[in-house]
Design a binder for this molecule. Structure first.
Ligand code: ADP
Length: 332
């Protein structure tokens, strides 16, 4: 049977954090052996808001190296940079021409990111979800195969748009595009900020005590966890009414792999100070080998460039199949 596919990506802006890992990358690693998998660094999305060119170039390498350090295996998965594969912007244009303005105007992320400032927000930022739809739909193959998109909860609305656009295209021009399936994890789909557990942990948030970054030093990790906002109450329970505590326990669960019951039993009779101390140590232990792999990868730039060159070639070959079918269907 034709193999199912997986596609996902992260923007090379800011520093990757434990939310990106638990919500997305961890599942990529788990899924890569069962599906033909494609993971991109979406640098074309990064230029929808002002960027420093040198920093963007450097961040792109950093994110690629982090994918590998987290366990994405370049021998098994295709790792590539979005701008190396022109099919993404080509399909984006074609989809632009069938995407109703009204659909895009309803996207909450645009409203948040543009802060309502239409004079200073780029057309690219408005169009971001259509480019994202193109990123995904290119990997659905012809004839379509099951296409999974492992992302965090915040991407749900964009995934819905990608599905709607694929359905609209198929209605207008005949069955061509696979309808993608979001894969949103049951736990950790929305890791919250340590400084404010009512807001999702985010790369663009600048506050120092907001996020555990994948490349944070042990000291920083300990300081941030120690300062994490918690809630009134004593016992250590997965209680959604106590979002600060719930968030810390979710992170604990992701790095230890233990069940809720095991964790609650372990912390029976203990308090916040114990949880924070143990969580910090588990995180330090968990991130240490990842950081070591990251440093090794960065010491050999030609290895990384090679992975990205081979990934681009494979992604170009793969995406050409859907793009050609789309063009033919449209009469281009
Ligand atoms: P950010 O919002 O931090 O800038 P991106 O928008 O680049 O991150 O998202 C990269 C991936 O990480 C997406 O799949 C997104 O859903 C996931 N993600 C981002 N933040 C979180 C979070 N706080 N919890 C879980 N998953 C997240």
């Amino acid at each position: 049977a034709p193999k199912s596919r997986v596609l996902s990506g992260i923007m090379p802006t800011g520093d990757l954090h434990i939310g990106n890992y638990i919500g997305a990358i961890k599942n990529w690693v788990a899924m890569q052996y069962e599906h033909d998998s494609f993971f991109c660094i979406v640098n074309m999305h990064a230029i929808t808001t002002p960027q420093d060119p040198k920093e963007l170039y450097e961040k792109t390498r950093e994110v690629a190296a982090l994918y590998i350090a987290c366990g994405v295996d370049p021998k098994v998965s295709t790792i590539f940079v979005q701008s190396h594969v022109p099919a993404h912007t080509e399909l984006c244009w074609i989809l632009n021409c069938i995407a109703p303005m009204g659909w895009l105007e309803r996207m909450t992320q645009f409203k948040e990111k543009s802060k309502g400032d239409r004079e200073r927000s780029s057309v690219g930022l408005f169009d971001y979800p259509v480019l994202q739809a193109a990123d995904i739909l290119l990997y659905g193959n012809v004839p379509p195969v099951p296409l999974y998109v492992p992302v965090g909860e915040d991407q749900k609305q964009h995934l819905e748009l990608a599905r709607d656009l694929a359905e609209r295209f198929n209605r207008l021009f005949g069955d061509t595009l696979a309808i993608p399936e979001p894969y949103i994890p049951k736990y950790g789909a929305r890791v919250m900020g340590l400084d404010d557990p009512t807001k999702k942990m985010s790369k663009s948030e600048k506050s120092r005590y907001h996020a555990i970054r994948l490349l944070d030093s042990p000291d920083d990790i300990r300081k941030k966890i120690a300062r994490a906002v918690t809630d009134p109450g004593r016992d250590i329970k997965f209680d959604p009414e106590r979002p600060g505590l719930y968030n810390l326990l979710t992170i604990y669960q992701a790095v230890t792999g233990q069940s809720e019951e095991e964790i609650e039993a372990h912390f029976e009779g203990k308090g916040y100070a114990d949880l924070k101390r143990e969580l910090a140590e588990r995180l330090v232990e968990y991130l240490a080998p990842l950081q070591e792999r990251y440093r090794d990868i960065r010491q050999d730039p030609s290895y990384l460039e090679n992975v990205l060159a081979q990934g681009a070639e494979r992604a170009r070959e793969t995406s050409a199949v859907v793009l050609n079918a789309v063009k033919k269907a449209v009469g281009l």
